[in-house]
Design a protein. Sequence first.
Length: 274
Amino acid sequence: MADNPTDLSGDDREKRIAELKAKMQASAKKTKVQEAAPAAKTNVKAVAATAVEDKAAPAPAVVQPSSEVSVAPKSASNGAASNGAAAAMALAGAATVTAAPFFIEDSPEVKARKDMTRREFLTYAWGGALGLLALQSGVGLFFFMMPRFKAGEFGGVFFIGPESSLPSTDAPPDPNTSGKFWLVNTVDEGPKALYMVCTHLGCLYKWEQANNRFECPCHGSKFTREGLYIEGPAPRSLDTFIVTVIEGGEVAVDTGKKELGAPSSESPARVIPA
Ligand code: FES
């Protein structure tokens, strides 16, 4: 059989032409397959190189390139060697860009441990604060309930004795230095405890038996035996402590409860200068 179709005629020529076309098409397909195989190899190498590069990168950077790697074979499967190389370069670039930020996120176990620690700290802090508050309240209540001054010391209660032991109504005042008061017994008001401090500027006035009155050595204010203002710069009569007769007939002076004297202008013993 002649190889040249021009040497043939009729049906033989047509057959020969068809055989040659079939061979050419088969040869073309074979060539495409051979070209596609190196491209796929190139893509695989590129992907492998990217994987190696990503392995050296920090943990978070691995996440994005790995997703890109799964795309690479798709490009290769399209049979275009140039597309595979471009995809490999894109992967390499993406790996380089995404590797820049470095952040290691805590695992759920570590987060849970940290949360537990914080929660425990807050619990202890609240417990401590509440305990301290309760302690302060208890101490405050204790001191509020307890008398601030003991009996027999200034600020507390002084027990004088039974009423029968009081001085007569014309006897001189009896000083009580611990309680800082003069004890006098009066006809109209009964026993009185006069605070020893002058109502002018706080000097200690004295009993002048010769004049039968109290006189202040500082600025000359004078008061009656009952503590009423007579004359001088003092603005009021002498201050007094509350005197009570408790159960059993005993007289008690509470130096923690002071009553201010009446204004000097209201004193019936006041001497009006001429
Ligand atoms: Fe007593 Fe001034 S302090 S008169």
